[in-house]
Design a protein around this ligand. Structure first.
Ligand SMILES: [Zn+2]
Length: 240
């Protein structure tokens, strides 16, 4: 992913100076609190409906600026579709409660790696609002509790459904699981394609480039043999 960091693109990823950041609004024009792209603040379906209506009006304006006629039958309802897709699908993790995560007692005192791989990651990059598409492997050695496999998919989906950068997505998933079951070891590996690179034609062989990030906690951070076992079991570059 070297091209991600080449000089031509550095500017886009640099943060504004502190005084500029501090001058940016903390609330919107309706007095509602603004929060980070990958944050969460649950809203009722009615509140999301209001959001979609406001957004639809803005997308009508966006289309007019782009000179796209809504008389084109394919575009008549595009402002509404875009609004609904952002609020109820791509960014829904921002506005919903975390998935209910039932934990089970580790009765047999399992002390080996439990691995789930091939978990779908469908996210959106915070920088360009383009899809991040890939998969995730999670491994852990339980302590007192184990987690259902379907729970892991739901946790990954909940954190993915919002503007993210892949590095922070992995950390958020790991923090959440660590908090929930306090495992002795935990690893979260994500590999994904970033469509902001593919669609914008960033130079390089972007069609084939994958970004791989890994988060290791507990024994997986300190025990090299265990880490190798985990990486072998998920097979770095593991087949779909
Ligand atoms: Zn991007």
């Amino acid at each position: 992913m070297e091209e991600y960091f080449d000089d031509n693109h550095l500017d886009e990823f640099e943060t504004e100076p502190d005084e500029v950041l501090e001058s940016l609004p903390t609330h919107n024009q309706w007095g509602e609190l603004l929060f980070d792209s990958n944050g969460n603040m649950p809203l009722s379906p009615e509140e999301r409906e209001i959001m979609i209506k406001r957004l639809e009006q803005k997308f009508i304006e966006v289309m007019e600026i782009l000179r796209i006629s809504r008389r084109d039958p394919n575009c008549t309802k595009t402002p509404y579709r875009l609004a609904k897709m952002l609020v109820n699908e791509l960014f829904i993790g921002r506005y919903q409660e975390p998935p209910k995560s039932t934990v089970f007692p580790n009765r047999k005192k399992v002390n080996e790696l439990i691995i789930s791989k091939g978990i779908t990651v469908m996210s959106v990059c915070s920088h360009h609002w383009q899809p991040i598409s890939g998969d995730c492997a999670i491994g852990y050695i339980p302590n007192k509790y184990v987690l259902g496999v379907s729970k892991l998919s739901r946790i990954v989906d909940w954190f993915s459904r919002r503007g993210q950068i892949q590095e922070e997505l992995g950390e958020q998933i790991a923090d959440y699981i660590e908090n929930l079951i306090k495992p002795k070891a935990l690893g979260v590996v994500i590999r994904a394609r970033h469509y902001c690179m593919i669609a914008r034609g960033v130079k390089g062989n972007e069609d084939n480039s994958l970004m791989i990030t890994s988060v290791m906690r507990g024994y997986l951070l300190t025990d090299l043999n265990l880490r190798n076992e985990f990486l072998n079991l998920i097979g770095m570059g593991y087949a779909k």
